[in-house]
Ligand binder design. Structure first.
Ligand SMILES: [Zn+2]
Length: 226
């Protein structure tokens, strides 16, 4: 009898553990596919700076996907936008410069969206990047072959050029007519920005669905989101 109850308990625990394991895999799959399926937010195709601002994606459950998280990922991100050749020799420093510009662009976008003053440090970072035009190839002198011109650090040039292009785009967007339609996606935990078209304030259908589900849940239970 004891044995019976014991095995029933065991069975029920096993079921529960299987449930948890199954749910875990669903969540992991969800995380793996969410980003894959998330299309660019409206405006990203036209504005590289918006794509930069949205290059870190917040997922439900406190997870993040950072497309500039490693030098390789940053290189890929730049290559996809014609801002760097494949295998351009990115280092940690380069990826970190891009992430830092992203934070400043995000700060300025957030300020514009909420009609707040800009953070001076964010402004000067953008302006620093803007004026960081590619340096001219320097005059070099080879003992045998004689004088020639070459960039001392091609990767630095590539990154500086990318930073300047991204900063220029942010400056253009913030001073264009479209700035009035710059919006933060209203579906927590998403932190993407978009250029609003029509009345849609979500960056994607997925975010819109989640926001509607959260509202329905709040209505049903009289509580906030689960
Ligand atoms: Zn969103």
């Amino acid at each position: 009898m004891h044995g019976n109850r014991f095995s029933r308990m065991n069975a029920s625990w096993t079921m529960r553990l299987m449930d948890v394991a199954l749910r875990y895999h669903e969540v992991v799959d969800e995380i793996a596919t969410v980003d894959h399926e998330l299309p660019p937010a409206p405006g990203e195709d036209e504005h590289l700076s918006l794509a930069l601002a949205n290059s870190v994606i917040a997922l439900p459950g406190g997870h993040f996907i950072d497309h500039l998280g490693t030098p390789d990922a940053a290189n890929r991100w730049l290559t996809e936008r014609d801002l760097a050749p494949v295998d351009s020799g990115m280092r940690d420093m380069c990826a970190s410069q891009l992430r830092s510009l992203r934070e400043q662009v995000r700060a300025l976008f957030a300020a514009r969206v909420s009609a707040l003053p800009a953070i001076p440090a964010a402004l000067s970072s953008i302006n620093d990047a803007l004026t960081r035009v590619p340096t001219a190839p320097l005059l070099q002198w080879d003992d045998k072959a004689g004088p020639y011109r070459a960039a001392p650090h091609p990767t630095t040039q590539i990154v500086d050029h990318a930073l300047a292009t991204l900063a220029a785009d942010a400056a253009d967007l913030l001073t264009s007519d479209e700035a009035d339609r710059l919006t933060a996606c209203g579906s927590a935990p998403c932190t993407r920005f978009l250029v609003r078209r029509g009345r849609r304030t979500w960056c994607s259908t997925r975010c819109g669905d989640r926001a509607r589900a959260a509202r329905a849940y709040a209505r049903r239970t009289g509580r906030d989101t689960p």
